[in-house]
Design a protein around this ligand. Sequence first.
Ligand code: 1HN
Length: 374
Amino acid sequence: MTSTRQNYREYVAGRANVEDTPELAAYYDELETFSAGALWTVANKIEPWEPKSDSLPMIWRYNDLRDHVLRSVDLVSPEKAGRRVIYLENPGRKEVAAAVGWLYSGLQVMHPGERASAHRHSASALRFIMEGSGAYTIVDGHKMTLKRNDFVLTPNGTWHEHAVAENGTPCIWQDGLDIPLVNCLEANFYEVHPDLQQATNYPVDDMTKAWGNPGLTPVGGAWEKGYSPMFKYEWEPTYEALSRLAENSDGSPFDGVMMNYINPVTGGPVMQTIGASMQILRPGEKTRAHRHTGSYLYQCAKGAGYSIINGKRFDWTERDIFCVPSWAWHEHANASDGEDACLFCFNDLPVMKALGLYREEAFGDNGGHQPLVG
Ligand code: 1HN
């Protein structure tokens, strides 16, 4: 019998390097009948020297996708589809429907007067509003109005639903979820709301009004949940804060002027599994290359520029989405001489950090910039 079994040998002291013999092949066959195997045949594969992402660096250009997203409105109803979403599929992560690593993302579209049913799940989700007016999301009874570049949380376990008001315009937003991760951990539950729709029990936008005041926190506003009580982070104060920081600081050589969206109760990430940030690149600014563990999805919220990821250049403009896989070298640049550029990013950094798996490295050569390949 010829075996198709792979033997991952490495000619390095301390690594597994056992030659195949007919006797060992027979032995491996016997082990297989008991659903067992010899570690030394796979050790080098399952213990890579450094993270090897299956995800490819990718860009999804809005110009390519927008018409297709809008077309789905004629093809399926939100009632039938549940959510009318075109998801972003990384060619290396098709089986798990991930855009990068263990993160899912998609573009959701709703027309005025449409309302999707309420549900909840163990996966945590976020929205980043791309275009349109009149959209709102209800999270655990809290209604939030959504405008361009607003960032909204629908944390794990919260009832949530979306709609666009009758007098609104077609709305598109980016969804981000940790579904691939939660499925990988075999911990995902899903429930449809018993009434299909939630009652809105609170004043509109109350959570942002209560928790979104810089340097101030409401007295008596106890909050013990693992995610931020501030469900919506609006664009104007975010951009203003970044612009103010940029006047006073150059930020980090690798990320430039960047701010994290935080849980105001803890100062930590907005949700337990997903973190998010916004960064501003001033005209002509170029960051130095570095790499770190964790998976990252970026959306250009303003302006234009390019990123070099593992030696390949990706040019982006407003609304384009691109990913940086774990341990991929990356640097960002604003090529314009007049306008600043802003990059929204969400990532699984809270997971990496909570599990003690975060690592970072600076690119040392060539003044900190990658040579282009290909
Ligand atoms: C979900 O709940 C939404 O609530 C969007 O809008 C996309 C993709 C997979 C699983 C749940 C939403 C989703 C999702």
